[in-house]
Design a protein around this ligand. Structure first.
Ligand code: ZN
Length: 436
């Protein structure tokens, strides 16, 4: 019995030593493993208990603090009245609302279209209100963060809403609105307070939150060109261009955005997530382009796929991971790699998986609005070292095959790049909307 305990302890100490070493190589904080090692060294522990200890100590200390900022409420226009009639939503404020302070975007998902309007620096005298009925599915108005009020019009079918601002009143047309329609009956709507219906997750989650932070990671750079594709064009250039466009789109929507590189420079993998952790990012999005294997029909493979980190070792995941995992992790021995992968935090893996699903869906839907033949290669999991150590939902997007004769050039087309950026931004919004 004593021999068995000793053996377990020895294995555990070995594992922890491996983790401390891996942390060093990957640029992670090894403190928790060092502490765990200290903790098990002086006294023997029963098998189950010791297992638990290692697991819990391996969890990232990633509860990112979200400080509600004290919003200044002095001069912001305040909402006085809210009306839904004659096919329009009217918001009446006590002072002038600048149209420039309103941003708009659309989210699509199965059977639902969400028209989102963000009002910067206005006040509402409630935290959330929901209305149902009429020609729309639901309208929600809520304080999205201290600086923004978000209005969401949810419909079953797409339509073209028009926004008008007339001094203190902002109106948005609803589905079925027509100019001819004069004084028709007011839509049958029933206001429901947040206490009686479930509050949409995103509104709750973002309450009192300053804004979400996204770290975008354009793959490769500098001496590392990434995949080289059709007409010798390089992955590192395409993904940097997409990343820059994504930054603009996200900033417009109120996100705090950082790039791991904004120039053609080489950055080791471990520094990329380290940077995201330091920025306390809520999301880590690594952008890459795929390349078909040289064997077989090289010009046939196309389409996009989104990966999240997991110990999975499917043939396909292995192949892509082998391309994307660069030299700077090859000095880890197999044992250390396996140990590390076996300890990937499960909750984070699930979150990353969900984020990947939303991203994949939204990028496809954005591209397919304008382009034909965009192939969905789905959401996949794999051992991507650039995602290891991220303390937030983290994904790697392969935006397309740089080796494909049609798709390759598209990846360098500004219009195509913008649609990818829009899709990624929609995916992040969609995840926030769904989460928690
Ligand atoms: Zn790549």
């Amino acid at each position: 019995m004593k021999a068995l305990l000793d053996r377990n302890k020895r294995l555990q100490i070995e594992a922890l030593k491996g983790l401390i070493k891996a942390s060093g190589v990957l640029g992670l904080d090894p403190t928790r493993y060092k502490n765990a090692l200290k903790a098990i060294a002086p006294r023997p522990i029963a098998k189950n208990e010791s297992k638990k200890r290692t697991k819990s100590s391996a969890k990232p200390s990633a509860s990112i603090q979200r400080h509600p900022s004290s919003a200044k409420t002095s001069k912001k226009p305040k909402l006085l009245k809210l009306e839904i009639k004659n096919g329009r939503l009217a918001l009446v404020f006590d002072s002038r609302v600048d149209k420039k302070s309103i941003t708009h975007f659309i989210l699509e998902r199965k059977g639902r279209v969400l028209y989102v309007y963000d009002f910067k620096n206005v006040r509402i005298p409630f935290s959330i209100k929901r209305y149902r009925g009429g020609t729309f599915k639901e309208i929600r108005i809520a304080q999205f963060d201290p600086k923004r009020v978000r209005v969401v019009i949810e419909t079953a079918k797409a339509y073209k809403p028009k926004l008008r601002d007339a001094y203190k009143t902002v109106t948005i047309t609803l589905p079925g609105y027509s100019k001819k329609e004069k004084k028709s009956e007011a839509a049958k709507v029933s206001p429901k307070s947040a206490s009686t219906t479930a509050v949409p997750a995103a509104f709750r989650a973002s309450f009192g939150k300053k804004s979400y932070t996204v770290v975008i990671d354009p793959g490769h750079g500098g001496k590392d060109a990434g995949a080289v594709g059709y007409k010798k064009r390089k992955e590192k250039d395409a993904v940097l261009a997409v990343a820059k466009r994504l930054k603009k789109v996200l900033q417009k929507r109120g996100f705090q955005v950082y790039l791991t590189r904004s120039r053609d420079v080489f950055i080791p993998l471990k520094k990329r997530t380290k940077f995201a952790n330091r920025k306390k990012a809520d999301f880590f999005i690594s952008i890459h382009a795929n390349a078909a294997p040289k064997s077989g029909n090289r010009y046939k493979s196309k389409g996009l796929e989104t990966f999240f980190l997991s110990p999975a070792k499917s043939k396909r995941a292995k192949r892509v991971a082998a391309i994307e995992n660069s030299v700077d992790v090859s000095d880890l021995n197999r044992y250390t790699k396996e140990t590390y992968l076996s300890l990937i935090n499960n909750k984070k893996m699930v979150e990353s998986n969900k984020l990947a699903i939303d991203l994949q869906k939204q990028i496809l839907s954005s591209l397919r609005r304008k382009y034909r033949g965009v192939v969905d290669n789905g959401v996949r999991e794999g051992p991507f070292w650039v995602l290891v150590g991220a303390q937030m939902p983290a994904v790697l997007i392969e935006i397309g095959y740089i080796t494909h004769p049609t798709e390759g050039p598209r990846l360098f087309n500004p219009n195509y790049q913008n649609l990818i950026a829009e899709g990624i931004a929609n995916g992040i919004e969609s995840y926030i909307y769904h989460s928690r």
